[in-house]
Design a protein around this ligand. Structure first.
Ligand SMILES: Nc1ncnc2c1ncn2[C@@H]1O[C@H](COP(=O)(O)OP(=O)(O)OP(=O)(O)O)[C@@H](O)[C@H]1O
Length: 234
């Protein structure tokens, strides 16, 4: 589905991603954990074309995407739920959703349409005439996920979906991630929240100082006290 091979990304002369390699398999949920500043958002932005890597290869489905602009990568079937939600404040909830609607680029199908996202997120239907900014943080996160689903992606990238949310809302986001996993969607989530990762991931990777330093299952991480302590501080 997605494969990074020896990816190096810089901000000016700062060498941030220092040879990152990993795979995100089809139909699985992969979570990238790491402390503040580890390079998680830089990884997401490099994958979706908002940042250009200086070295390395990124393959999505059967296409090399490392030199493609962000809009072309998105059109190949990659949906982004950005850090901080980035809801369009002057649009209604319905408009936030319909403006991104499009069929899957390969199958032409619209499995995700307004009706189906409203079924998954009833609160968005109830408040469809409200502006995006009138929603709570958790509701905005749901809108950001729903908006990405409206593009009928093959792969969903999520950048810190639990950020700034209360534990009860993080639980709801966990339920949504589990539901999406069962639909067969491939998901790459960047997170700092260990519990959410342990609950929803098929595979977990840990990033530290721009490198992948550990990879394994949630069960392995749950029993690896030294790894959690060293790289996540818990
Ligand atoms: N625009 C930028 N210019 C220069 N350095 C940056 C820029 N954005 C991020 N960095 C640096 O790159 C490194 C990785 O940042 P990144 O945002 O990818 O980390 P992160 O793991 O997503 O952390 P966070 O949870 O804080 O978002 C950090 O040292 C950060 O200071």
């Amino acid at each position: 589905m997605l494969e990074l091979e020896d990816v190096h990304t810089y901000y000016g002369t700062s060498h941030i991603l220092q040879g990152v390699s990993f795979r995100v398999p089809a139909g699985k949920s992969t979570v990238l954990l790491g402390r503040n500043g580890a390079g998680k958002t830089t990884t997401i932005h490099t994958i979706c074309g908002l940042l250009r890597c200086r070295q390395g290869r990124i393959r999505f489905l059967d296409t090399d995407i490392q030199n493609l602009p962000a809009h072309r990568i998105s059109q190949l079937g990659m949906g982004l739920v950005p850090q901080g939600r980035r809801i369009f404040p002057s649009l209604t909830i319905r408009e936030n959703l319909t403006m991104s609607a499009r069929p899957n680029p390969f199958t032409g199908t619209k499995d995700w349409d307004l009706e189906r996202v409203y079924e998954l997120f009833p609160i968005l239907k109830e408040r469809e005439k409200n502006q995006g900014t009138q929603l709570s943080g958790g509701q905005q996160q749901m809108l950001a996920i729903a908006r990405a689903l409206m593009t009928n992606p093959h792969l969903l990238l999520m950048d810190e979906p639990s950020e700034g949310l209360a534990p009860v809302v993080i639980d709801q986001i966990g339920d949504i991630l589990e539901h999406l996993k069962q639909t067969g969607l491939a998901i790459l989530v960047v997170e700092q929240n260990l519990d959410l990762a342990l609950r929803t991931a098929d595979e977990i990777m840990i990033m530290n100082k721009g490198n992948i330093v550990w990879q394994g299952t949630p069960e392995q991480l749950a029993t690896s006290d030294d790894v959690r302590h060293k790289y996540l501080g818990v």
